[in-house]
Design a protein around this ligand. Structure first.
Ligand SMILES: NC(=O)c1ccc[n+]([C@@H]2O[C@H](COP(=O)([O-])OP(=O)(O)OC[C@H]3O[C@@H](n4cnc5c(N)ncnc54)[C@H](OP(=O)(O)O)[C@@H]3O)[C@@H](O)[C@H]2O)c1
Length: 330
């Protein structure tokens, strides 16, 4: 038997989390069993921990946790043997199937990534889906021609998980990072991660009638979407790209096509969930190389399984700073 955070529905159909002892035969199918060491809290985990499951959870009882890292305990696949350290993100684990808020998990080997050299399982979960996605966004921007020295790169939702990791990676690569935040009290934190300037959220969270404004940003990692993304498109430099990662500020995009037609601006979609294996490996290797571990450490809020229901509610309100690392054995 081992500990897991289990969501169960009440008579009104609302799900609530509680810590339970469960057994291995309750785990989903898969050819690798993992002794989970750490998990984390992403925005999507907040949705899965909410009473209606954010429209993502299909069946109850459910064990959320879209990410985990740990040690292989048993494997029927040649690629993994007991003792190997592994990372899991995405594939709708923790949404459709049971996830990482437990001391054990089971999964198909195809979905795992070996822990990259130079990272611990705790650091891998400080990165988690949020940081992995931030790296995918930076890679996509680079693949579309972004280089240091072209001008400031905007990061929206900067004090959140995706934003914090994007800020630290970009600054370390030599970019001049402009960090957008609605939390002015986090300015020192963001500067500590390497941001060179802070942009108050109010400056960008409303659209304007003008489809084009001054050419300002050489690139953008956008975790917010909505009005802010629409506004930023009109401020991009000629030929620059925006990596659309999130919707913390809304899913609508009240924009015109003018920035695409007159300035050759690119809007790049970033998906972490179904990302092919080779690109996953590439992103994790880049994380190990390009994300300074002292900056990652500064983002970490430690937590245990007991803390998760409250943290899930906090992240949906935009109140979590940086990255939560959940010690499932703590
Ligand atoms: N595409 C993918 O595969 C993928 C993967 C991971 C995450 N995501 C998405 O990326 C987004 C960020 O995820 P996360 O885990 O980093 O969440 P998070 O830690 O909560 O960060 C989101 C940040 O956005 C800002 N924000 C929140 N509400 C806002 C609003 N109404 N208007 C403007 N800014 C707002 C806040 O930053 P400040 O306080 O600094 O303003 C907040 O910290 C989410 O929408 C998530 O679903 C997508």
């Amino acid at each position: 038997m081992f500990k897991a955070l289990v969501m169960e529905q009440d008579e009104a159909g609302l799900a609530q989390a509680s810590l339970k002892e469960i057994s291995e035969d309750q785990l989903p199918d898969g050819n690798v069993t993992v002794a989970v060491e750490y998990s984390t809290v992403n925005y999507k985990d907040g949705l899965c921990l909410s009473p209606k499951g954010g429209g993502l959870v299909r069946h109850y009882p459910h064990v959320p946790g879209i990410d985990y890292a740990g040690t292989v305990e048993a494997s029927d696949d040649d690629r993994y043997k007991p003792g190997d350290k592994v990372v899991l993100t995405g594939w709708r684990v923790g949404e459709v199937t049971w996830g990482g808020y437990a001391q054990k998990a089971r999964i198909d080997a195809d979905k795992l990534v070996p822990l990259p050299d130079g990272l611990t399982t705790r650091q891998a979960m400080a990165v988690g889906t949020a940081g992995f996605t931030a790296m995918l966004a930076v890679m996509a921007l680079e693949d579309h021609g972004m280089k240091p020295g072209q001008g400031p790169v905007l990061v929206t939702g900067a004090a959140g998980g995706v934003g914090s990791v994007a800020t630290a990676i970009l600054a370390n690569l030599g970019y001049d990072v402009a960090a957008v935040t609605g939390r002015p009290d986090q300015a020192a934190y963001l500067k500590g991660l390497g941001a060179s300037s802070i942009v108050p959220r109010e400056e960008l969270n409303e659209t304007t009638k003008r489809p084009l404004e001054a050419e300002t940003w050489a690139g953008c990692v956008d975790a917010v979407g909505g009005d802010m993304l629409a506004r930023v498109l009109g401020q991009m430099k000629y030929g620059a790209s925006v990596a659309a990662v999130g919707l913390a500020g809304g899913a609508a995009l009240p924009a015109t096509v003018i920035p695409f037609l007159l300035r050759g601006v690119n809007l790049l979609g970033i998906d972490s969930v179904m990302q092919p294996y080779d690109n996953r490996l590439r992103a994790w290797q880049r994380i190990a190389r390009d994300l300074p571990m002292d900056k990652l450490e500064a983002m970490i809020n430690p937590a245990t399984l007991e803390d998760l229901p409250a943290l899930g509610a906090d992240i949906l309100k935009g109140q979590v700073k940086g990255r939560v690392v959940v010690d499932v054995n703590g």
